[in-house]
Each structure stands twice: as C-alpha cells, then as structure tokens.
Design a protein. Structure first.
Length: 232
C-alpha cells in the first residue's frame, strides 16, 4: 500500500495546528512529491514539536469527513459523509463500527459483503466500507424516504384546491365548493409543512451522528492515545 505523502501546503497546516497557533520556521521543502508522516515528525522535533502533536494535526487534516446532501425543493432529504482512512480496516474494527452503528441509530441492520466491499444497511441508512489505493474509505449515507412523497402529495392537494376553485368560479358555484376547497387547501398545506419543517432538524442530527462516527472510526487508537515521545 502506498504511504501517504503530504504536500508543502499540507505540511505547513500540520505544523501550524501542532504548534497551536505558534508559527514555526520550517524552511525545508519537499523535492520528492511530498513528505511522509515520519519525515514531518522528524522536522517537527527540530523545532520542539512532539511527534504525537504532529500526528494528531495530520490526522485532523486527513480525516475530516466530506459532507454532501441531497435536496428536494431546496430542503435536505439526504445526508452523506465520507472519509478516507489511509489504512486497511481489520475485521475487529469493522465489527466495532457495526456495534456503534447499531447503538447510535437503534437499529440492528443487515450485513453484506461483495469482494472487497462491506456494508451495513437499515432501510435507507447505509454504511459502506470501500477499498481504495491507500486502504479503505468509509461512506455513511441516508435519505428521508417519506419526505419526497409527503411534499409532493402536499403540493398536489394544494394544486387540486386551486383547480377546484377555478372550476367553481367558472361555473358560478364558488360558495357551495368552499368547504371542499378549504379542506383540500388545509390538508395539502398541512401535509407539506409537517414534512418540510422536520427536515432541517433531521438532517442536522444525522450529520452530527455521522460526523462523530466517522471521526472516531477514522482515528487509529494507538496513535491518538499514545503519550508524547521524546523530542530530543
């Protein structure tokens, strides 16, 4: 597996974050297509930065989940997070992830595997582990299955009320048709509003849950929990 190499800009970001805002004088530039984490740690020692601090800054740079969403009528109906892990996930790690998914989403779900791909699904909620050139990628995604249907039904009912009102006006029977028009309008607007108003909160909750799972799973415990090595 190809070892991760960091560009000059990424190296500058790592040192800045590792120094907690202190500007380090790093004059060395890569000439071989980037620096490895070990090389960055070595340079960091020369300016008093601990290897653990450098590692954590590198992880934070690499493992921030990429967010995307699906929308309908400008409202979120789908949420997705993906994160490149830069390592091959073990069977034990996958089992731990499945346990966390079941706890977080309160769902047993179903397991599946095809070739190098693994998945955990519960309805529209999916966790996919996909092989990459540098190890694995974790993708979490879900859609609000009833959202599109509910909003379309609301729009159609409201539209039916408008058509009924127009027909009644042309026939000169507006007053007798008012109860039906009002019922269709209120039902349509209520259905649309009940569906639409819940979507932003649902999307934020699912996003927070996925971010937390992705970040915890992406960070190797032996790197984050280890104490600072000597800087001599």
């Amino acid at each position: 597996m190809t070892e991760r190499r960091y560009t000059d800009d990424e190296v500058a970001t790592i040192f800045r974050d590792a120094a907690e805002g202190q500007r380090a004088d790093i004059s060395q530039r890569s000439e071989t297509g980037g620096l490895t984490l070990a090389e960055i740690q070595s340079i960091g020692r020369e300016v008093g930065l601990s290897p653990t601090g450098v590692t954590r800054a590198a992880l934070a740079l690499d493992l921030a989940p990429r967010a995307s969403s699906e929308t309908f009528l400008a409202l979120p109906i789908g949420v997705e997070r993906s994160v490149a892990l830069y390592r091959t996930v073990t069977d034990a790690e996958w089992e731990q992830l499945v346990g966390e998914l079941r706890t977080t989403f309160r769902a047993k779900g179903k397991l599946g595997a095809t070739g190098g791909f693994r998945e955990w699904t519960n309805g529209n909620l999916q966790a996919l582990l996909e092989p990459t050139a540098t190890g694995h990628q974790l993708r979490l995604r879900t859609t609000k299955g009833s959202a599109r249907t509910g909003m379309i039904a609301g729009v159609l009912l409201t539209g039916s009320a408008a058509v009924t009102a127009a027909s009644a006006a042309l026939a000169g029977n507006v007053m007798p048709a008012l109860p039906a028009i009002a019922m269709l309008s209120l039902t349509g607007l209520g259905l649309f509003a009940a569906t639409a108003l819940r979507l932003p909160g649902w999307a934020r909750l699912r996003g927070r849950q996925m971010d937390a799972i992705a970040l915890r799973f992406a960070q190797p415990a032996h790197l984050l929990d280890s104490g600072d090595a000597s800087t001599d």
